[in-house]
Design a protein around this ligand. Structure first.
Ligand code: SF4
Ligand code: SF4
Length: 71
């Protein structure tokens, strides 16, 4: 089974504040050299949604992957 969570990042909304990377307990998120948030370790995501909740610009959406349910 692949990644149970997918992290969608709306790059144009991300202002590079780094709050998401700082709060993520699994160190899934990092800022790239353009100061945009990137999910570098998406497989480690536990779906806690703290990143989604803390982002001031609503740039992050955490989606649960249901292997047997298609959307
Ligand atoms: S919290 Fe939001 S705006 Fe800040 S770096 Fe993360 S995705 Fe970008
Ligand atoms: S949902 Fe939780 S574990 Fe996953 S990237 Fe966001 S803060 Fe990290």
């Amino acid at each position: 089974m692949a990644k149970p969570y997918t992290i969608e990042i709306e790059e144009k909304w991300c202002k590079g504040c780094g709050l998401c990377a700082a709060i993520c307990p699994k160190k899934v998120l990092e800022l790239n050299d353009q100061a945009k948030c990137v999910a570098v370790h998406q497989d480690d995501c536990i779906g806690c949604r703290q990143c989604e909740n803390i982002c001031p610009d609503f740039a992050i959406t955490v989606k649960e992957r249901e292997p047997h349910v298609s959307d």
